[in-house]
Design a binder for this molecule. Structure first.
Ligand code: FMN
Length: 190
């Protein structure tokens, strides 16, 4: 029997996105975003609280990158979600991580994470219920090691992980077990 468990954002898994943007002096800042999703073939929406350093930086620079965090870098990924560039002058520098400027958009790419989407700001979305940053993905850069022979990303090689809002955990994402757009095909024939 099902139990009522209250009002909770019961979506699992959630992504662990590393959103990086420059301030007006090209100083790098990165934040952890779990409330974010693809909202079109070349668009992404990030639900970032207004006034966060990343929000301010994106407003200024009109661009950002979104990396997928991987298990080898979970400590820094989590740190990017605890500390704010508004209060901590050396938030990025103290991690010892490295950033290079994207050749596609005015935003930094963090070396340590295996894949990054390079995005230009499309709009800030603000309604009575939702605050978001919408970006156009103009390119994706991925480490060669996470690609197959056809140049496609192999999720298992990314070693990325998911955010679990129920238990406030980071969880390893599983292996492939069925083909999408195909596992239900037999029912189409009935
Ligand atoms: C797992 C995790 C997920 C988070 N997801 C979001 C999110 O989706 N949106 C948001 O505004 N803040 C989110 N946060 C909080 C921000 O990362 C946090 O406020 C951070 O300090 C903002 O950094 P900044 O001010 O340097 O931009 C998350 C934090 C953690 C640990």
């Amino acid at each position: 029997m099902k139990k009522d468990i209250g009002v909770i954002p019961a979506v699992y898994p959630m992504p662990v996105l590393m959103v990086a943007a420059y301030d007006e002096n090209e100083k790098v800042n990165v934040m952890n975003v779990a409330w974010g999703q693809i909202c079109g073939g070349d668009k992404i929406i990030l639900f970032i609280g207004e006034g966060k350093k990343t929000w301010l930086n994106i407003k200024e620079s009109k661009a950002f990158t979104v990396a997928l965090a991987d298990v080898d870098h979970v400590d820094v990924a989590d740190f990017f979600g605890i500390a704010s560039g508004n209060d901590m002058e050396d938030k990025f520098e103290r991690t010892g991580y490295h950033a290079v400027k994207s050749d596609k958009v005015n935003a930094p790419i963090i070396d340590e994470f295996p894949l990054a989407m390079e995005c230009e700001l499309l709009e800030f979305l603000k309604t009575d219920h939702v605050q978001g940053v919408v970006g156009r993905i103009v390119n994706v850069k991925a480490n060669e090691e996470v690609l197959d022979e056809n140049g496609k990303v192999v999720p298992a090689k990314l070693k990325t992980f998911a955010y679990d809002e129920f238990q406030k955990g980071y969880n390893i994402v599983g292996e492939p077990f069925a083909k999408a757009w195909n596992a239900g095909a037999d029912l189409m024939k009935k």
